[in-house]
Each structure stands twice: as C-alpha cells, then as structure tokens.
Design a protein around this ligand. Structure first.
Ligand code: SF4
Ligand code: SF4
Length: 339
C-alpha cells in the first residue's frame, strides 16, 4: 500500500488550501467534526472519544427540501432542488465513523437509488485516523471494525512522533485529492507506521454478534424487552447521534395556497408517533416494542437484508443516553442468554 508522510502543520495548510478551493473541510478537533476555517483548526482525536455527533449530516442532512411545488388552477409545477456541487472532506475520521457511509449506502441504494445521499457520498472524501481511545461504551471489535481498520477511508492517518503523520493511500479518490499537493508530503516509512499501529491495543470483543442475531431471530416476543426498555424515555438522542441511523419523515410545508416544499427530516424509531398510522393504530404503542425495534434493526434486520450490522460500536448512543441505557451492555446480555 502506498504510504507518505506529512507534518501536522502541513496537514492543516493542506486543509486550508482545500477550503480556499471552495470545499467543505471538517476536522476532528477532539470534540467535534468542525467546519474548518482558514488556518484555524487543530487536528486531534487519536486519543479522544468519538466526537459527540458523527458527520452523517454531510450525506444525510437533519432536514432538507426534496422538492418545491407551485400550484395553479390546472397544474402543479415541481421544481427539483440542487443537490451537491461541493466536495466534502473529513480529516481525522474515527474508524467507527469512517465505515458509516458505506453501511448507509446499502439502504439508500436498495429498492430506490437515493440521489440526495449518493451525490453527496460520491463528493465526500474521508481521511480516517487510527484510534487509541477505548472506554466502557466502545465495542467496535464486536461488529467487525477495529481501531486500526481503514474500511471506508480514502486516506488513512497514523499519528507518529513529533506531530507527524503516516498517510496511507486507500482509494483512487484519496489519491486524486492529494495529487496536486505532492510538495506537502515526504516519503513514508511504513515500518515506523506499522510499529505505531501494532502498539495500539485492540479491545477484546464484548459479545458475539452472530449469537446475538440468532437469539433475536427467535425472541421477537420476550419478557427481556419489557425489563430492558422500561427506563427508556423515548427521547431519540441515541438515533440522532448514531453514525448509521437513517430514518426520516416526509412533511409538506405549504407557504401559501399556491406554493410550498416537501421536506425530509430526521426521525427515529424511539419516537412514540414514529409508527402511528393515520387510523390511530400504533403497532409499536409501548416503549419496549420501540427499543426491540432499535436493537433488532441493528443486529438482525439489517444483517438479514444487507449482510451488515447497522452499528459501528462507537458507543455514542450510550455515552449520551439520559437514562443510562447502554446498547453494548444490553447486547452483551443477549449474547449471555445464548450460552
Ligand atoms: S437515548 Fe436512551 S432514553 Fe433516549 S431514546 Fe435512546 S435509549 Fe431511550
Ligand atoms: S447504535 Fe450506538 S454504538 Fe452503534 S453505531 Fe449507533 S451510536 Fe454507535
């Protein structure tokens, strides 16, 4: 694999160049993926927790118009919104975030190819970074990722001594991004990078995801859900911070009697109204049914349909849950039920 080396100073300069070129550059500053201003942002995150929010908004905004309409007495005119047109670059993506676009791509290209997602995904370049952070909420290794995995990255950074980074070129997109800027790089030393990577502890798996799936296959109705989900407040924080939760609602907003727009807004299966039918019937009328859906979607339904878990083990949903619910711990308990 081709490898280069860059100083942190040059990496920040490179980011500034991309900003100058009109791209949206997001930098992991240790707290969030922040939109870079010229020469201003620092790059951290190697030893920090995943930022509070993932960067899924780049490909799946919180809210966006999917069409505008104008009505006259005889006709309705549909106006398509403009999508994309700006390259998005993420510098310092955690491996548990870097994989998110490829995971969501499966559902956004299943029975319908969602150009809102696809155009932005095509225009995004992900510069991943090895991760040395691990706390009680992390479980990336249980879902097939690791702190050193390059899945989903176009370039991959390895923090070296003295504010240097090894840069591995993973995809053609990554190669193309830096092709104009060779002077910022020197030759890489893959042995030095390999030494850093092999010094990063790989956390033990917390659960066997296949066992979890086989339990979910047989336990749609189980007392487990009542006892597990009784504390859940239905606030949906867990879905909004999740790098791969992707449910949305469609709402028409009339500006007047003659024109308006159709909006796509983030929604979540923990919301009480999420599955409420126009008839008033709600098939998931109680919180345990909604929590069962959350766990089953991630560890059974998505795996059945796309051969992929809908979870990267980043632990965000658990770190921020106001009720202290920890999905990793719940799934670990399910695994133990199978032994
Ligand atoms: S963040 Fe916690 S309380 Fe809120 S919906 Fe998710 S599991 Fe329930
Ligand atoms: S379910 Fe929780 S741990 Fe899994 S990817 Fe989403 S936020 Fe991260």
């Amino acid at each position: 694999m081709e490898e280069k080396r860059i100083t942190k100073e040059n990496l920040i300069k490179l980011g500034s160049n991309w900003v100058n070129d009109g791209m949206n550059v997001y930098v992991n500053n240790g707290k969030k993926y922040t939109l870079m201003k010229l020469h201003e942002e620092d790059l951290k995150g190697f030893e920090e927790a995943p930022p509070l929010m993932s960067y899924k908004e780049i490909v799946f905004p919180k809210t966006e118009p999917i069409l505008y309409y104008k009505k006259s007495q005889k006709e309705v005119e549909i106006i398509e919104p403009k999508i994309g047109g700006v390259k998005n670059i993420v510098i310092g993506a955690k491996p548990c975030d870097a994989k998110s676009i490829s995971i969501m791509s499966k559902v956004f290209n299943w029975d319908y190819k969602d150009s809102f997602f696809n155009v932005r995904a095509e225009e995004s370049v992900i510069i991943g970074m090895a991760c040395k952070y691990n706390d009680e909420h992390c479980f990336c290794t249980s879902v097939g990722i690791s702190p050193v995995s390059t899945d989903g990255s176009d370039l991959f950074l390895i923090p070296l001594a003295n504010d240097n980074f090894g840069v591995r070129i993973i995809s053609d997109k990554g190669k193309e991004l830096i092709s104009k800027y060779e002077s910022y790089f020197t030759n890489g030393d893959s042995e030095e990078s390999e030494n850093v990577l092999s010094s990063i502890p790989i956390p033990e798996k917390k659960f066997n995801a296949e066992n979890v799936k086989s339990w979910l296959d047989k336990n749609f109705e189980s007392e487990f859900w009542n006892t597990t989900a009784e504390m859940c407040l239905g606030c949906s924080q867990c879905a909004f911070v999740c790098p791969v939760c992707h449910c949305f609602d469609i709402v028409d907003e009339d500006y007047s009697f003659t024109e308006g727009r159709r909006m796509k807004n983030w929604d979540a299966c923990q919301n009480g109204l999420f599955t409420k039918h126009a008839s008033g019937h709600n098939p998931r009328d109680k919180q345990p049914k909604r929590y069962r859906q959350r766990v089953s979607h991630k560890f059974k339904y998505y795996k059945d349909k796309f051969d992929e878990y809908l979870c990267t083990g980043c632990g965000r949903c658990s770190r921020g849950c106001p009720a202290g619910i920890d999905i990793g711990e719940i799934v670990e308990r399910i695994d133990k039920l199978t032994n």
